[in-house]
Ligand binder design. Structure first.
Ligand SMILES: [Fe+2]
Length: 411
């Protein structure tokens, strides 16, 4: 078993700077010094940038399927509840997706994340639903969280009620994760008041969507040190509007970018990073810097999940969660924002490769990772587990040659 190795000749991005000609040492599951070489060294040469592996703050692993389900053309929802009714009544869910198993959908979701450089994600679903599946997935879905669906009288009743779940989060030092203010009816727009009145708005609180926030809400959230998950594609698709993202960032709120499920959101996190940037440009006629966007999928979600001492940055002692992409732009951060699945050179979780160019086969076998050879837009790559066999099972289950855009394997 290959316990220690190094990746050298890279531009290594720490949150603050990019260091060309650097190397990363891996010792078992952790990052060692960011210099020097081990006996087993992979030399990359110019043109590759290393980042911390990405973190998707918001996903629903049972919900990743296509096509999207949304409002009739030209219409938008008043809140998430009307969408939920449409979703559950749609043929794609009731008939087609129902032929696949929960396990198949969880593995599809893991690969959706892996193919976009994500090693850590939250499957926002109750523990009793995902606990049996999470340990078997080929990437990391966090287990240390408490949750609510939306903290309203008509929400989906996930968990034991938001007050109990939030208290549990405080006791266990976990994040308390909930959709909030996803819509414009009076109760939904009172989300922050509801949390505040119950003493549930603090730095454990991670709120998804927040499209109904008033300026006053934003001040309260910033003061409380609570966190926001921004899912622009899902918001625009369902409501034709997203949150007041600029005001939130200017207020100093810790914001992270999430995909939501593909039933409403982007096909993967890389697409969502670009989508969010485009929406920001349209809303404010100014650019959101690539560095800010990269922080929103690395350090910021790590802080929200309270795992910033474990992952989210490339520094000694953290988990060896590494994403290496081809350098396509002069600015290293821009290279990540421009990246697509076929631009990923290597993705490493806990020191072991889970996706990457086929030339790194020795690293896969050296670390004992079971892998499959795949082609993505003509590039020969290796991936942990067997997404090819998975797609075959899904196609057999639905009875036709289903294509899912978040599984970008060549036919
Ligand atoms: Fe969601």
């Amino acid at each position: 078993m290959l316990t220690t190795y190094s990746l050298s000749g890279l531009t290594v991005v720490t949150p603050a700077s990019a260091l060309p000609g650097s190397s990363i040492q891996v010792d078992q599951k952790k990052l060692g010094r960011l210099e020097g070489k081990s006996k087993f060294d992979l030399r990359f040469g110019d043109g590759f940038v290393a980042f911390p592996a990405l973190i998707n703050i918001h996903d629903h692993f049972n919900g990743n399927y296509l096509p999207k389900v949304g409002p009739p053309p030209g219409e938008f929802y008043i809140n998430w509840a009307t969408w939920d009714r449409d979703l559950k009544n749609s043929d794609v869910i009731k008939v087609e997706r129902a032929r696949t198993s929960v396990e198949e959908r969880y593995f599809l979701s893991a690969y959706k994340n892996i193919f976009s450089g994500v090693v850590t994600a939250n499957d926002h679903f109750p523990h009793e639903f995902n606990e049996p599946l999470i340990p078997r997935l080929p990437m990391r879905a966090i287990r240390n969280y408490t949750l609510s669906h939306a903290c309203s009288s008509f929400d989906l009743r996930w968990g034991d009620g938001f007050e109990i779940e939030h208290a549990r989060a405080k006791k266990m030092n976990f994040p308390f994760i909930t959709h909030l203010e996803e819509g414009f009816d009076p109760e939904t727009q009172g989300g922050i008041e509801t949390l505040e009145a119950a003493g549930c708005l603090d730095d454990h609180t991670v709120m998804i969507h927040c499209i109904g926030f008033s300026d006053e809400d934003i001040v309260k959230v910033a003061r409380a040190g609570a966190h926001v998950a921004w899912c622009a594609n899902s918001n625009i698709f369902m409501f034709n509007v997203t949150c007041k993202i600029k005001k939130m960032l200017d207020a100093g709120i810790n914001v992270a970018i999430g995909t939501d499920s593909t039933a409403t959101g982007s096909i993967n996190l890389l697409e969502e990073m670009r989508y969010g940037r485009e929406v920001y440009r349209t809303m404010y006629a100014e650019d959101l810097s690539a560095k800010t966007i990269v922080n929103m999928v690395t350090v910021n979600p790590a802080k929200a999940f309270r795992i910033q001492k474990e992952t989210g940055t490339l520094s000694e002692g953290r988990l060896a969660d590494i994403l290496i992409v081809r350098q396509q732009k002069d600015d290293p951060w821009e290279s990540l924002v421009a990246a697509r699945p076929e631009d990923i050179e290597l993705l490493v979780q806990d020191g072991s490769p889970i996706f990457g160019d086929a030339r790194h086969e020795e690293l896969f076998s050296g670390r004992g990772v079971p892998y499959t050879r795949v082609a993505i837009r003509g590039r020969q790559m290796l991936v942990k587990g067997d997404p090819v066999g998975l797609m075959e099972r899904v196609r057999k289950a639905v009875g036709f040659r289903k294509v899912l855009d978040f599984i970008p394997l060549d036919p």
